[in-house]
Structure formats: C-alpha cells, structure tokens
Design a protein around this ligand. Structure first.
Ligand SMILES: [Zn+2]
Length: 374
C-alpha cells in the first residue's frame, strides 16, 4: 500500500496545534515538579484518565484487574526509587501536588511499562550522525516518539534549570518524568523500548533514564542508564557534542555498550548485541523494528557527508513499510495495546543546543525550534 493511497482512510491522529507548549521550570526537584504539575495539570489529568480507560479495555491482556491494583503493584517499585533516585521521587510528588492528583496516580504512570510486564507493544526510532558525516560538522540526533495515539494531546517540552543538576531541554507527556532531550553539558539521550526477559522489581526505567539528563560526562550518562537497581531497560542512544555516539542496550541484569566507529548510529526496539538478543522476549514481534532500523541506517549512509537537519527530518518522515514505517501511523485494526503512532518527532542539533520538534507525524506537520538558554 502506498502512503498516498492510504491517506484518505488513515486513522492517525493530528495534533491540536502547530507548536508544542513549552514549560520553564527551575529550583529544587520538588519545586520543579510543582511548577510542571501546575502548568500541565490538564495533561496530567488527561493521561491518568486515558490509562484508567486502557486498564478497563485491556484488563485481560494486562493481567491487572483495575487501577487500585495497578497502584499496589507500583508501590513495590517505590522503595527502590526512594533509595536510588529520591530526587526524582520528589519531582513526581511535586507533579502530583501541582496538578491536584494523587501521588499514587503519578507513580503508576511512571511505572507503567514495568507493572504491565511490557504488555504495551510500543516502538520508537532513534538515530544520530556525528561531525564527520554531517555537512556542517554538527552532531545531529533524530527521534520519533511512537506511543499510544491518544497521548498526542499530552505532549509538551520542558526547559529545566535544576538547582543541583545540569540544565536540560526535553520532551515528555502527561505526568511522566522527562527523559528524551539534551543537557547543558552537551549530552543527548533518546530512549527506545526493548523487551528483555529478565525484568524484576527495581527502580522504574523512566526514573533511571531521567538520571541520564543529569550527567556531566559520557561515563556518568552510561552509568546512570545502568543504575544497578533498575527494573528493566531501554536502549539509550547517548550522544556527546564531541561526536561520540553510543547505543547502550540495557536489561534489568545486564547491558552492552555499542560504540559508533563511523559517526552514524540508529536503533529501534530490538537488541543488536548477541548477548542481549539471547535474553530478548518474542523476537518475532520485532520484525517491524528491524525494518525501521535498517531503513534508517541505509538512508543515513546515502547522506554521508551531506546530512543536515532537513536530511534527518526526511528520514524521520519516511514511509517505507507504511503504516509501520519510521513515520509511524495507526494500523486500523490493532488491539488497544498495539495501537501506536508517532506523537512527536525531534531533531537535536547538539552543537547549537537546539531541538527542533514536530508535534505529530513528521510527514504532515511542521518542526519548530527550541533552544536551551545558557
Ligand atoms: Zn507519516
């Protein structure tokens, strides 16, 4: 099916406006959470209500009877978070207070992948190009955030100036802690869901990845991604302004660092390292992920030496394998747990400390620039 032929029946959701809202926060972690919650109260409420509906619609597949049971499960993860990353628990408490919702509800949102045993089958595509392959010598990072379509109304951008951590610019949604973006030390992170078979109760992976935005060096970033008490893992595509690019493939109990030797990396939702593949669940479900990643790698290779921001945007809008393409559209008859689309797309120019963000699928929406102010 060609993209154009399917557009008339494409159920993919469009964003409510062109430019994503930007929230500026500063201070202690609790204060930043409070400011976020107050400013985005409607999105926090909307996300909680949406997931409560999902828990009703997909009760059998999720294996959780209701929201109260989800809260009980989420509380198993809280002691690990309080011990290892108490500052981010403070942020969650602030978000709850600011938005006028229960802390338990915000905790469930931030433990969602763990408590549903990764029953949500969601993808993302991330890529990076270093100075040796870009036209201007910039470090460019691209990411499509593929998630539950209804969350498109809950996306926003955070410009944060924490008291004791580096300033950062990131995208997030609803009551989730920000984890995709870059910081004042020239470190960028994109996260891709992966599906290891060794998940355990531990620090929720959103809090783990939030910690990467606090890193001042590459080693600090990688150590943060591999928090020893973590509950599971993401692939963390971590790039530094020097052009160093890593895919850090993480599961609950192990990890591998894949370093780019040619200035180009891409990743989606399947492990690349054989040792990680050995513990991966359901390789068969991850065919679409392989198709997206291979396509991104090939498109990047074709632009070696001439790539710029527009090149990355074009790769992120690619429709090969539509609708399960890099620019991800809704498959009409998917189950509630499989339904997804690109809800935001971003290109980080790490050298310019600027993030260009498109709300919704990048094939038919515009990118706007946001800069981390010094
Ligand atoms: Zn598209």
């Amino acid at each position: 099916m060609s993209a154009s032929a399917s557009q008339t029946t494409d159920p993919t959701l469009r964003p409510p406006a062109g430019r994503l809202p930007l929230v500026r926060v500063a201070g202690s972690h609790g204060e930043m959470g409070l400011q976020l919650g107050r400013d985005r109260a409607q999105q926090v409420h909307s996300m909680i209500e949406m997931y409560q509906r999902l828990f009703v619609e997909a009760r059998a597949e999720l294996g959780i009877a209701n929201w109260d049971e989800a809260i009980l499960h989420a509380h198993k993860y809280l002691p690990f978070a309080e011990e290892s990353t108490p500052q981010y628990v403070d942020e969650m408490r602030g978000i709850a207070e600011g938005a006028g919702v229960k802390f338990d509800d915000v905790l469930v949102l931030n433990c969602m992948e763990a408590i549903t045993s990764d029953a949500l089958h969601l993808g993302c595509t991330s890529l990076a190009m270093g100075p040796e392959v870009t036209a201007t010598g910039s470090v460019l990072i691209g990411h499509n955030e593929d998630w539950i379509p209804e969350d498109i109304v809950n996306v926003f951008i955070v410009h944060a100036r924490p008291e004791k951590e580096p300033a950062y610019l990131a995208i997030t949604y609803g009551g989730m802690l920000p984890n995709i973006g870059f910081n004042a030390y020239g470190i960028a992170q994109c996260c891709d869901s992966v599906y290891p078979g060794d998940a355990r109760v531990g620090v929720p992976r959103i809090l783990v990845s939030r910690g990467v935005l606090a890193a001042r060096t590459l080693s600090e970033a990688i150590w943060a991604a591999c928090n020893r008490r973590r509950d599971g893992g993401y692939n963390h595509l971590i790039a530094h302004e020097s052009g160093e690019i890593y895919n850090v493939e993480v599961s609950a109990r192990t990890f591998e660092m894949l370093h780019s030797d040619d200035g180009m990396e891409a990743h989606a939702n399947h492990y690349l390292h054989p040792r990680m593949q050995a513990i991966e669940k359901a390789r068969g479900d991850l065919v679409n992920s392989s198709v997206r990643m291979n396509r991104a790698r090939r498109l990047m290779a074709a632009q070696r030496g001439t790539a710029d921001r527009l090149t990355i945007q074009a790769i992120l809008a690619d429709h090969v394998n539509f609708p399960q393409s890099i620019c991800n559209h809704i498959v009409a008859d998917d189950t509630p747990l499989d339904r997804q689309q690109t809800i935001a797309s971003l290109v980080i120019d790490l050298s310019a400390r600027t993030m260009h963000v498109c709300w919704g699928t990048p094939c038919c929406n515009e990118y706007f620039a946001y800069t981390l102010e010094p």
